[in-house]
Write a protein that binds this ligand. Sequence first.
Ligand code: DGL
Length: 274
Amino acid sequence: MDNRAIGVFDSGLGGLTAMRKLVEAMPNEDIIYLGDNGRVPYGGRSRETVIRYAREDTDFLLRHNIKAVVVACGTVSTVALDTVSSECPVPVFGVVEPTAWKAARVSRSGRIGIIGTKRSVASGAYDRAILRFRPEAQLFSKACPLFVPLVEEGRVRRGDTVIETVVREYLAELRDARIDTLLLGCTHYPLLSEVISDYMGGDVRLISAGEETAEYLIKKLRETDALASPDKRGSTNFYVTDNAEGFERLASFFMGSDISGRVKITSLEQEKQP
Ligand code: DGL
């Protein structure tokens, strides 16, 4: 048993797709969420910058007595996971392996689409992981850089012509490629599931990086006897690096519960002793 908290971070709202799953499945756990929305999006930045941001995000969570770090960001997971894991004193869980494993397992035809940020797609990390699990798979990948800013603006709903146009523009070639599984390799993208599914068709299975990683973490905590006490009531704490009010409004919608007044701003720097 381990009553320390779980730390989860992303560049913004996307990691909530993992957070929601964790809160629903593990009501006894304390979970700390960091959304670095002052610097979102990460996906078009250089590898060096993503690594620096990832170190700062991890260091912030480590100051909160945590037992694990969930890198609920595809971009950090594809380019900085080794660095973060090698420097971190607690286990680190990235999104690539669990998501790739699930996509490889559920695809019937082996024709799998991968979408993510520019940095994630360029890294080829999802492709390598899927091919390890399923060597004969045929992969079709596409970077979708406008999805993250649109999600951060709350432009996610069916009937919003802006997001529907962008979805069509990015996903046309994947639809033509007759994939049967689409790996949503950026944790923001499941927040667009409705619009993406409308366009791709109900037969295409969408795999959420956030949800798969949350499930994997739960399994690992159980296997290593590191779950919190069943008698304990869990808590959630949210931190952002900018615009707490805007985050609260959208996060309440995405989490399916009201978190008004519960989001704190941090500069990520170590709090000064009084
Ligand atoms: N949720 C992040 C990811 O999974 C978004 C990256 C970004 O900020 O561009 O890649």
